[in-house]
Design a binder for this molecule. Structure first.
Ligand code: FES
Length: 63
């Protein structure tokens, strides 16, 4: 499923960008192009960043 229609970027590509260190909209845009057009996909990109960043946090590290 596409997250960003403008740049034809799929959800899995955004997730991969986040896992590779992209932690904000700009970094995701640089990594895969998502969010660099009309901007209507940015809320969805934010969600993916949030979920993937959380998944990255080691158990017990949130103190
Ligand atoms: S849908 Fe992503 S920038 Fe337009």
């Amino acid at each position: 499923m596409y997250v960003c229609i403008c740049a034809r970027v799929r959800e899995c590509e955004v997730r991969e960008a986040v896992r590779n260190g992209a932690r904000c909209e700009e970094a995701v845009g640089e990594a895969c192009g998502a969010g660099t057009g009309c901007g209507s996909c940015l809320p969805r990109i934010d969600e993916i960043i949030e979920v993937e960043s959380r998944a990255d946090t080691p158990v017990g590290a949130a103190r």
